[in-house]
Design a protein around this ligand. Structure first.
Ligand code: ATP
Ligand code: MG
Length: 570
């Protein structure tokens, strides 16, 4: 695990199933400070969920499960300009897919708009909020900097009556977007910029997916979040570190309002992954600018993309458990995630044979027009998965890369005159190499030893390689899509520069692949292992005539090696 320099050397205690947040929850329960733990997962419906959100989901729902509490799904839908029903639906589906259930507890910040509004009036009445007519730029300018205090707004001392009147007219839609805001009256000289009279309400004439055009003003995240937590009786409001500086404001709101409960906010380190961008803004751009085919493009780190790719939810949960929860930001090696994926798939995936880049093999001493059925095992560690029959014929396909006319030193697979084993079938020997006009190998003429049926020689002679194959006549033509990381840099830009860091080879399409017939029954999204190749699943873009399989993941982590090789080349 690579750590950035902010790391304090703190180690996440994932092995023990414990972390500092679980310790806090446990201590609060033990001391009787809370009776039942209530957490929430609060996505803003302005994009699809990604693997970083999975960390937060597993944490919030996991804690509720482990400590006998409950976890709410709450849409933090306070910005109608960016939020859409499509995202709301996708988020619900993704949380369920990951294996969590909010039961009755589905909420929306927008359910609380009326109460939040009334609380804002309460603040005005107690002299703790005012309507500011400064423009956005003026407000930003007068906020000061980290080293300089801000300047009081000229509208800061308005009377309660005037503030109430203006705020009500803001609500009534009397003013255009951006004309006025409601601000908390806290301290323009505070060392914490979040406390320099933060904006609580802004005018936004936009249609909201749930409340339609009822509202002309919308609360800020800071004014909505803590109060929503209080309304729902959240005990532990868990969020990522960038909200640490907002905590004093979270507390200020709760302390200055007559709220029904008193939640507390705790921050943990967000997930960062090598070769991956987890900024919703960039993910949205990837989709909108057509760098990918959609939110569920199998190269996307979204839960929808990972699901389509064939990643089982158990692999995500396992990964999140392994990385643990810490208080210092760090970047996790994408290889760790892949490890969890391989672990899960190795256990569950049926084995099949498929040839991705076919090279024709003719077994010259095998009778023409004949064939036989051989037995193949479906899973090496699971006898209950049983056997299947595969067709052996005179014409076969093997993988192009399993043949070398002039073999390198460590190449033990097929080459002229050398005997190899065809998995589950026979020993064969290459007798002759046929080439096209361009000098490319297009066909191998081979012989087989009928005494080696099943893949063993009665005289005990050995071969150095076993290769996979399919029958030419009985295999299915298919398209296979190989996905590589979407970004070619381990630390791609999460800002405007993201497009420069895209991997130009993130998708490789193999249009002439051949599959063993059993793969006709493969289900969309359920990976099988293509022996010696990796895990693949049927994609929803398949047609009955032409299956499309996508690679979930290779058998080994070859990408890191490829990158190292590229680097060495310069
Ligand atoms: P934005 O970039 O729009 O702020 P976001 O990814 O923070 O997006 P939210 O919808 O606000 O999106 O996130 C919902 C919850 O998921 C929040 O509590 C947030 O802290 C958490 N979360 C978001 N990204 C990560 C991440 N990379 N790792 C862990 N938790 C995350
Ligand atoms: Mg956020």
């Amino acid at each position: 695990m690579a750590k950035d320099d902010k790391s304090s050397g703190e180690v996440a205690s994932a092995e023990a199933g414990r972390d500092f947040i679980r310790d806090i929850v446990k201590a609060d329960l033990d001391a009787g400070r809370v009776e039942q733990v209530v957490t929430r997962f609060p996505p803003e419906p302005n994009g699809y969920l990604h693997i970083g959100h999975a960390k937060s989901i597993c944490l919030n729902f996991g804690i509720a499960e482990e400590f006998g509490g409950q976890c709410h799904l709450r849409f933090d839908d306070t910005n109608p300009t960016k939020e859409e029903q499509e995202y709301i639906d996708a988020i619900e589906a993704d949380v369920r897919w990951l294996g969590f259930d909010w039961g009755q507890h589905l909420y929306h910040a927008s359910d609380y708009f009326e109460r939040l509004y009334n609380w804002a009036e309460d603040l005005i009445r107690s002299g703790k909020a005012y309507v500011d007519d400064q423009s956005q730029d003026e407000i930003r300018h007068n906020r000061g900097t980290l080293t300089e205090p801000g300047k009081n707004s000229p509208f800061r001392e308005r009377s309660v009556e005037e503030n109430l009147d203006l705020f009500r007219r803001m609500r009534a839609g009397e003013f255009p977007n951006g004309a006025r805001v409601l601000r908390a009256k806290i301290d323009m000289a505070s060392g914490n910029i979040n406390l320099r009279d933060p904006v609580l309400y802004r005018i936004l004439d936009a249609e909201h997916p749930r409340t339609g055009t009822t509202w002309k003003i919308y609360p800020s995240y800071d004014f909505a979040h803590g109060q929503s937590d209080a309304i729902e009786g959240i005990t532990h409001s868990i969020c990522t570190l960038e909200f640490e500086d907002h905590r004093p404001l979270y507390d200020w709101c709760l302390e200055n309002l007559n709220v029904p409960s008193r939640p507390h906010q705790y921050e943990f380190a967000r997930l960062n992954l090598t070769y991956t961008v987890l900024s919703k803004r960039v993910l949205t751009r990837l989709v909108q600018d057509g760098h990918v085919t959609g939110w569920d493009d199998p190269r996307m780190p979204t839960l929808a993309g990972l699901r389509r790719r064939g990643v089982p939810p158990a692999a995500l949960r396992d990964f999140v458990k392994r990385i643990g929860v810490a208080k210092a930001n760090s970047t996790v090696d994408a290889g760790m995630f892949e490890f969890s994926v391989r672990e899960a798939l190795n256990k569950t995936s049926l084995r099949r044979m498929a040839v991705l880049r076919p090279l024709k093999v003719i077994i010259e001493n095998y009778p023409e027009g004949e064939g036989e059925e051989l037995e193949a095992i479906n899973h090496p560690d699971d006898a209950a998965a049983g056997l299947r029959k595969i067709k052996f014929t005179r014409e076969l396909f093997i993988e192009q890369e399993d043949f070398m006319e002039h073999p390198e030193k460590k190449f033990f697979r097929m080459s002229p005159g050398r005997e190899v084993r065809l998995r589950y079938a026979y020993f064969i020997t290459c007798k002759e190499v046929k080439k096209n006009a361009a000098g490319e190998v297009i066909e191998l003429r081979c012989s087989y030893d009928p005494a080696t049926k099943g893949g063993n020689a009665p005289d005990g002679r050995k071969v150095k390689a076993t290769i996979h194959w399919v029958s030419a006549a009985h295999s299915l033509p298919a398209e296979v899509r190989i996905y590589n990381p979407l970004f070619s840099k381990p630390d791609p830009s999460g800002g405007e520069g993201f497009a420069n860091d895209l991997n130009p080879n993130s998708l490789e399409v193999l249009s002439g692949a051949r599959l063993e017939p059993a793969l006709a029954e493969a289900q969309v999204g359920v990976p099988v292992q293509f022996e010696r190749q990796g895990y693949f699943c049927r994609d929803r873009e398949s047609t009955p005539e032409r299956p499309v399989f996508i690679r979930t993941i290779g058998l080994r982590d070859t990408f890191a090696k490829d990158v190292a090789k590229e680097k060495a080349k310069g």
